[in-house]
Design a protein around this ligand. Structure first.
Ligand SMILES: Nc1ncnc2c1ncn2[C@@H]1O[C@H](COP(=O)(O)OP(=O)(O)OP(=O)(O)O)[C@@H](O)[C@H]1O
Ligand SMILES: [Mg+2]
Length: 165
């Protein structure tokens, strides 16, 4: 089943009496992120598995008290709603790491060596060799502390200070 994130955000705002500021952030493949009147980001998901993966990621990040991986700021979980598939989190400035909806937690990723190799090359191309190494290191810190494997890495989700995305 799919949900309309716009509708969920509306209902969330009513439920918690929070004003939403639409269009502050992005509309992505799997959801929608808006700001609210207390300065947080509210992310609504279209699909339950993505919501659950991201919720689990933020729970682990909270449990590990991880506020940063390498130089990258990680949002802090503020509240989640299992009925609306919404996660409210703090807003972070770049350098940041966020968007764990597509992460692999407690399961192996399905990519073969060749595909992984191609993704590494693409990452090196997008970030440049030096920054890609910083990203790689941060990803292994994240994995080591939380068991979260972030594979789909691009400047939308893992962003340096003066990156464009
Ligand atoms: N907590 C936050 N702090 C600052 N910026 C944020 C935050 N959450 C989201 N953003 C901005 O909004 C964009 C979209 O958010 P996110 O990547 O989580 O959603 P998405 O791309 O819709 O999800 P998916 O990639 O799962 O489809 C991010 O690339 C980032 O620029
Ligand atoms: Mg994203």
């Amino acid at each position: 089943m799919k949900r309309d994130p716009r509708e969920s955000i509306q209902r969330y705002a009513e439920k918690y009496r929070r004003q939403v500021l639409v269009d502050k952030f992005g509309v992505g493949a799997q959801g929608r992120v808006v700001g609210n009147d207390v300065g947080n980001a509210v992310k609504a998901f279209e699909r339950q598995p993505h919501y659950e993966t991201e919720r689990e990621a933020y729970r682990r990040i909270r449990k590990a008290r991880l506020q940063k991986a390498g130089p990258f700021n990680i949002p802090e979980l503020v509240r989640f709603d299992d009925d609306l598939w919404i996660i409210e989190m703090t807003v972070v400035n770049p350098p940041f790491m966020l968007d764990f909806a597509g992460a692999y937690i407690d399961r192996r990723h399905p990519f073969d060596d060749e595909t992984m190799e191609a993704m590494h090359e693409a990452g090196e191309e997008v970030y440049g060799k030096e920054r890609w190494e910083i990203v790689q290191e941060a990803l292994s810190t994240l994995f080591g502390k939380t068991g979260i494997r972030l594979i789909d890495v691009h400047p939308g989700n893992v962003r340096f200070e003066n990156d464009y995305s």
